[in-house]
Design a protein around this ligand. Structure first.
Ligand code: 5AD
Ligand code: SF4
Length: 451
């Protein structure tokens, strides 16, 4: 089989990262091998994100830049995948008629057929079905060596319909993979070198997969996955505060592999806005969920997403958000300016927040959240942390790892420690990362390790 070069550019969330890897897996039997640049590629896939307008705009500027690839004698196949493909497939083919394939997140297992059709047909082919056959049932197993920390999608789609969010429309209804399929993929990823798995889902803690004896929740699944030999750490993202049940809280208490860090978006600290956003919980509900989790795992650190300038947001709402951030304390967070998305209920609301006000509020949120992140990092200086080393650092002799609390840490250490959990003394903190020193190493290698 002739070898062909495949370049995939990934935007957006971790699930897109996972999906891009799966697209490479389905195309591998056709001879496609991943390369690092588009220049010489025989096929280019842009895996897109539709969550905010800015992310969406990138698709068209990328396509403009890629168009010359089509002019080569053996023109490259150009494919647009992901959530923009799902939401704006027709428009892509109109605005960029040189695109060969538009494929949604639920149809990318059909890429081999789409490539065949695209090579035969003039004009682009579009597949944005939510097919009846489950994508996960037909995706091939990956054969690539895995990073120390690997992603595993266990749940996809969302039935929550927050007012501002396109995800329920682009990813479709909630679907949970069966327990046996998740366990098999987890074992496979570990056999390929993964030591940490991050379980992915748009609403990952709404997981309800068919397993032995009935339907399993995320808590039960975590207990089972933690039994896999060689798997040392488990994380999951993204969670919804409404779906934190007792079994999940118990997993944080009882399963050492479940890391004490949780991304639990609250979006706003105002009840009035939570209601306008259709989040289906109150600020107090959020406090109670956090209390239960912290009672189970006192060292748990939290992160959240926040939106500044959702329609109807008053100054008092914004202050309430700042108050909640101060009250809860977040170790890391993401904050975004509200972006009206076509087809969502919030886009129809008329009480819009002026741009300048939203900008100002976003800055205030980001300043407070950055302070909290720095404080959380500072607080870990002087502590001893089990660090999972993931890869080589930028400086010679340096490795990059993560603490249980998901903090990035730079440590001078030998490459053989990649993939291992090693005791590290945290010696310094910057705003986004830590520096540390290995506590125990072979005496022979002592010299090689920074004192
Ligand atoms: N505008 C701004 N931020 C948004 N998010 C989702 N939709 C929008 C939107 N329309 C944010 C939410 C969500 C994160 C993934 O992206 O905070 O938790
Ligand atoms: Fe979007 Fe809300 Fe679903 Fe999260 S829970 S994916 S914010 S609709």
């Amino acid at each position: 089989m002739t070898k062909k070069a495949l370049f995939i550019k990934t935007y957006g969330c971790q699930m897109n990262v996972y999906d891009s890897a799966r697209m490479a897996d389905v195309l591998a039997p056709l001879g496609y091998q991943l390369v690092d640049t588009a220049d010489q590629a025989d096929m280019v896939v842009i895996n897109t994100c539709h969550i905010r307008e800015k992310a969406t705009e990138k698709v068209f500027s990328d396509l403009g830049r890629l168009k010359p690839l089509k002019a080569r004698p053996q023109g490259a196949i150009l494919a647009v995948a992901g959530c923009v493909a799902q939401a704006e497939g027709e428009e892509i083919l109109v605005r960029a008629p040189y695109v060969d394939i538009v494929v949604g997140p639920q149809a990318y297992h059909r890429l081999p057929q789409l490539v065949a059709e695209a090579t035969r047909a003039a004009g682009g082919v579009l597949d944005t079905d939510f097919p009846v056959e489950a994508k996960f049932d037909v995706l091939p197993r990956t054969t690539d060596a895995q990073a120390v920390s690997a992603f595993l999608t266990i749940q996809e789609g969302c039935d929550k319909f927050c007012s501002f969010c396109v995800v329920p429309y682009t990813r479709g209804a909630e679907f949970s993979r069966p327990v046996a399929a998740v366990v098999a993929e987890a074992e496979h990823l570990v056999s390929l070198g993964a030591r940490e798995l991050t379980l992915l889902g748009q609403n990952v803690n709404a997981y309800h997969g068919v397993g032995d004896g009935g339907v399993w929740g995320l808590g039960q699944l975590l207990v089972r996955l933690a039994e896999i030999p060689g798997l040392v750490r488990l994380r999951y993202t993204t969670s919804h505060p409404r779906d934190v049940d007792d079994a999940l809280v118990a997993a944080h208490r009882d399963v050492p592999a479940v890391m004490p860090f949780l991304h639990l978006p609250v979006q706003t600290g105002s009840d009035q806005l939570l209601q306008a956003m259709n989040r289906r919980h109150s600020v107090d509900d959020y406090r109670r969920v956090v209390d239960r989790l912290r009672a189970a795992r006192p060292d748990l650190l939290l992160s959240s997403d926040f939106i500044a300038g959702h329609p109807g947001e008053t100054d008092a709402d914004h202050q309430a958000t700042l108050d909640l951030i101060r009250e809860i304390g977040f170790a890391q967070s993401y904050s975004f300016k509200y972006s009206a998305r076509p087809g969502t209920p919030a886009a129809l609301l008329t009480d819009k927040v002026p741009e300048a006000v939203a900008d100002q509020r976003l800055q205030e949120l980001q300043a407070l959240l950055a302070d909290q992140m720095t404080a959380a990092n500072q607080a870990s200086v002087g502590t001893r942390q089990p660090v999972l080393f993931e890869k080589l650092g930028r400086h010679p002799g340096q490795l990059i790892g993560r603490t249980p609390h998901f903090q990035t840490i730079h440590v001078d250490a030998p490459p053989r420690l990649i993939g291992q959990v090693v005791a590290v003394d945290v010696v310094a903190a910057a705003s986004h990362s830590l520096a540390g020193r290995v506590v125990t190493v072979d005496p022979a290698e002592r010299q090689g390790v920074a004192a």
